[in-house]
Design a protein around this ligand. Structure first.
Ligand code: V0V
Ligand code: CO
Length: 147
């Protein structure tokens, strides 16, 4: 079901500062940026590798408000790994098959994600304490927003 690691999501207070750090230290390039109001984040994707079905990235996340998922996480735990996202071929099919096994879905239907992907989250308490995201990459795989 899981084809690859799509991205590691990292919560931070200052997106620009962390972009600067990650791109300079690890020689990574920002390939997409987006404000996602539905998810309450401003985010940037730093490209690591390409693979079948989509690439692998680090996703830097700054909250749009304190009561958003990432805002609450920062208040409770501080900066750090917020979620791990796995690439799947068909997100709706993966959601149904995972839910059948008793894992709670945080989304009733796929949502819009970075670079025109379709995403859904699984409850961290049902996945060993790890907030887990399913990602179906867009067909084009091309960055959709202003880089
Ligand atoms: C909360 N918990 C976590 C966690 N956030 N555990 C691991 N990793 C995290 N990131 C734990 C928390 O410590 C509690 O444990 C328990 O889950 C229930 O938390 P809660 O008090 O209900 O916390 P809330 O209200 O902050 O909700 C947590 C969830 C929420 C996970 C339900 O953050 C959510 O719906 N997330 C999905 C959407 C999201 O994260 N969007 C931002 C990324 P104890 O205290 O009970 O032990 S957007 C994105 O990735 C995009 C756009 C993309 O990739 O394209
Ligand atoms: Co993500």
């Amino acid at each position: 079901m899981f084809m690859r690691i799509d991205h590691i999501g990292i919560a931070c207070h200052d997106l620009e500062e962390k972009i600067e750090f990650f791109s300079r230290t690890f020689e990574l390039t920002v390939v997409a940026r987006e404000v996602n109001e539905e998810q309450g984040v401003k985010e940037a994707m730093l490209h690591i590798a390409d693979g079948a079905g989509g690439g692998s990235y680090i996703q830097l996340l700054e909250p749009l408000s304190e009561d958003s998922p990432v805002g609450k996480f920062l208040a409770r735990r501080g900066e750090g790994v917020h979620h791990v996202a796995f690439g799947v071929n068909d997100v709706a099919d993966a959601m149904a098959r995972i839910n059948e096994k008793g894992v709670r879905l945080l989304d009733e239907r796929p949502r819009h994600g970075s670079m025109n992907s379709r995403i859904a989250f699984l409850h961290p308490k049902d996945v060993g304490g790890m907030l887990t995201e399913l990602v179906q990459a867009s067909d084009s795989g091309k960055p959709s927003q202003n880089v």
